[in-house]
Design a binder for this molecule. Structure first.
Ligand SMILES: Cc1cc2nc3c(=O)[nH]c(=O)nc-3n(C[C@H](O)[C@H](O)[C@H](O)COP(=O)(O)OP(=O)(O)OC[C@H]3O[C@@H](n4cnc5c(N)ncnc54)[C@H](O)[C@@H]3O)c2cc1C
Length: 419
C-alpha cells in the first residue's frame, strides 16, 4: 500500500448531512490511558481535531502504574505544566533500595541526575490522567467520550478509516484519516488489525495489594529479597502498595495454600509490616498482575498506529511502562501533528514513529528480561540472588556505573522531547 493512498483521504471532516451516529475527526484515539491521554493533549494543542474514546466510565484503576519518572516530568515542564502537576498530592523517592538477609543496598540514586526533577513521583494514575485531560479540554478541538467501547475497526480498501463503538445510547462510528490504538496490552485494535506480535515468556507474575503505613515505617520504595521471596513496597502516603512476586502461574497454588499462609509469608518477607498483615482479609484484596512482555513487529498499517502497551507491553520491572507510553505519545505527536493538520497520515509518518521508538523499547525489554532471569526468578525460585563474582563487584563500585540504573529508570534510552 503506497503512502499516497492515505494522503488522498481528503473528505471533509464534518460533512453536512452526516448521520447523527457518525462523528468525523482528524484523529481518533482508542483508549485514554497515559498514551492516549497524552497524545490527545499534544495533538489538540497543535490544532488537530481529536476524538478520544474510553471504554470505562471513570479513571479509577487500582493497582495500575503510578510512577512518574523524570522523563515524564521534563515533558510536563516543556508543556509548562510541571509546577501545577506537582501541586497535586504525591509522594517522592530519591532512591530505590533493596534489602536482603545480608544487608541493604541502593539500587538507584536519582540525586546525581542532571534534571530539575531528580526523583520518582508517585501519584494515583487517575489523578494524573484527570490532570492531562482537563488540560486537553481547554482546546475546543478536543473531545473525550467515556463509556465508549470500541468493538470494531472500519476498514475500506485495506485502509483503516475509523472505528465502531458502543455507548449506553447505542452503536456509533468515528471516522478519521488516522486511528491510534492506545488501548493497552490487551489491545483489541491491534488484534483486529492483524498486526503480528512478538511475545516473550516472562518467568514471573505479581500479586498486588495494599497495607497501611504507620509512623516510623521507612520512606523509600524498597525491594525485600530473601527466603525465596521478592516483595516490593511503594510508599503511597498512608498505605504501602505491595507487589509480591511469584513464579509464573503460581497464583492458584498460593491461593490454594490459604490466606493465613500468604499473610505469614508477607510478614516473614517484610518484618516491618508483619504486625498488620491481618488487614488482608479476603483474596479480593489481592489482584494478580499477569506479567506480559511483547512487542509488535510493525506498529502501523495504513490509517492505523499503535502506541504504548498496545505496541509493546512492558514488565513492571523499573516501573517504566507509563513513562514509555508517554514517550511514544510525544514521538507520535512530533511526527504527526503537521501532516494531520492537513488531514493526512501517510505511512512514512507512521513508520517514523516506530523508527524513533522501537530500539529504545527493545533495549529496555532486553534489560528487563535480564533482571527477570538473573535476579527476580532466582530470588522467588528459592535459589536467592547470585552474588556477583569479585571482579564484577569491583567493576560495580565506580560512581558512573552506579549512576546507570538511575539514569535508565529515570529517562529510559534516548528520551523524546516535545518539539
Ligand atoms: C498492576 C500493574 C502495575 C503497574 N505498575 C507500573 C508502575 O509502577 N509504573 C509504570 O510506569 N508502569 C506500571 N505498569 C504498566 C503501566 O500501567 C502501563 O505500561 C501503562 O499504563 C500503559 O499505558 P497505555 O496508555 O499504553 O495503556 P493502558 O494504561 O492500559 O490504557 C489503555 C486504556 O484503553 C482503554 N481501552 C481498552 N480497550 C478499549 C476499547 N476496546 N475501547 C475503548 N477503550 C479501551 C482502557 O480502559 C484503558 O483506559 C503497571 C501495570 C499493571 C497492570
Amino acid at each position: 500500500m503506497g503512502d499516497s493512498l492515505l494522503g488522498q483521504d481528503t473528505r471533509p471532516l464534518e460533512p453536512s448531512g452526516q448521520s447523527r451516529n457518525v462523528r468525523h475527526a482528524t484523529c481518533v484515539i482508542v483508549g485514554r490511558g497515559p498514551a492516549g491521554a497524552m497524545l490527545g493533549l499534544l495533538l489538540a494543542r497543535e490544532g488537530v481535531d481529536m476524538l478520544v474514546l474510553e471504554k470505562h466510565g471513570d479513571f479509577l484503576r487500582d493497582f495500575r502504574g503510578d510512577t512518574i519518572h523524570p522523563s515524564t516530568m521534563e515533558i510536563m515542564d516543556e508543556l509548562g505544566l510541571a509546577d501545577r502537576l506537582l501541586s497535586l498530592p504525591q509522594t517522592r523517592a530519591s532512591r530505590l533500595r533493596f534489602r536482603t538477609p545480608r544487608g541493604s543496598a541502593t539500587l538507584a540514586d536519582f540525586r546525581d541526575l542532571e534534571t530539575r526533577f531528580p526523583y520518582l513521583t508517585f501519584m494515583p494514575q487517575w489523578n494524573f490522567l484527570d490532570f492531562v485531560t482537563e488540560e486537553a479540554r481547554r482546546y475546543p478541538n478536543f473531545e473525550l467520550v467515556m463509556n465508549a467501547e470500541v468493538r470494531e475497526l472500519i476498514e475500506e480498501d485495506g485502509v483503516i478509516r475509523g472505528v465502531r463503538y458502543e455507548t449506553p445510547d447505542g452503536t456509533r462510528e468515528a471516522r478519521a484519516p488516522l486511528t491510534v490504538a492506545a488501548d493497552g496490552r490487551g489491545s483489541l485494535v491491534r488484534k483486529q488489525a492483524g498486526l503480528r506480535v512478538v511475545a516473550t515468556a516472562p518467568p514471573i507474575d505479581v500479586l498486588c495489594f495494599q497495607i497501611s503505613r504507620r509512623e516510623g515505617d521507612p520512606e523509600e520504595p524498597t525491594g525485600y529479597i530473601g527466603g525465596g521471596r521478592f516483595v516490593v513496597l511503594i510508599n503511597r502516603g498512608d498505605y504501602w502498595q505491595v507487589g509480591y512476586v511469584l513464579p509464573k502461574g503460581a497464583d492458584q497454588r498460593v491461593r490454594a495454600a490459604g490466606l493465613e499462609s500468604f499473610r505469614r509469608s508477607v510478614g516473614e518477607a517484610v518484618p516491618e509490616v508483619a504486625d498488620r498483615t491481618d488487614e488482608i482479609q479476603d483474596w479480593d484484596q489481592v489482584k494478580l498482575l499477569s506479567v506480559q512482555v511483547d512487542r509488535l513487529r510493525r506498529w502501523y498499517r495504513p490509517g492505523l498506529l499503535c502506541i504504548g502497551d498496545a505496541a509493546h507491553a512492558m514488565s513492571p520491572v523499573g516501573g517504566v511502562g507509563i513513562n514509555l507510553a508517554i514517550q511514544d505519545a510525544v514521538a507520535a505527536a512530533n511526527a504527526l501533528a503537521e501532516p494531520l493538520r492537513a488531514g493526512r497520515a501517510e505511512l512514512r509518518y507512521l513508520r517514523a514513529v516506530q523508527l524513533r521508538r522501537e530500539l529504545p523499547i527493545r533495549i529496555l525489554q532486553g534489560l528487563q528480561s535480564l533482571v527477570h532471569r538473573r535476579i527476580v526468578a532466582p530470588a522467588v525460585g528459592g535459589g536467592g540472588i547470585p552474588s556477583p563474582p569479585l571482579p564484577m563487584k569491583a567493576l560495580l563500585r565506580p560512581r558512573v556505573v552506579r549512576y546507570l540504573p538511575a539514569r535508565i529508570i529515570a529517562f529510559g534510552i534516548w528520551p523524546v522531547h516535545v518539539k
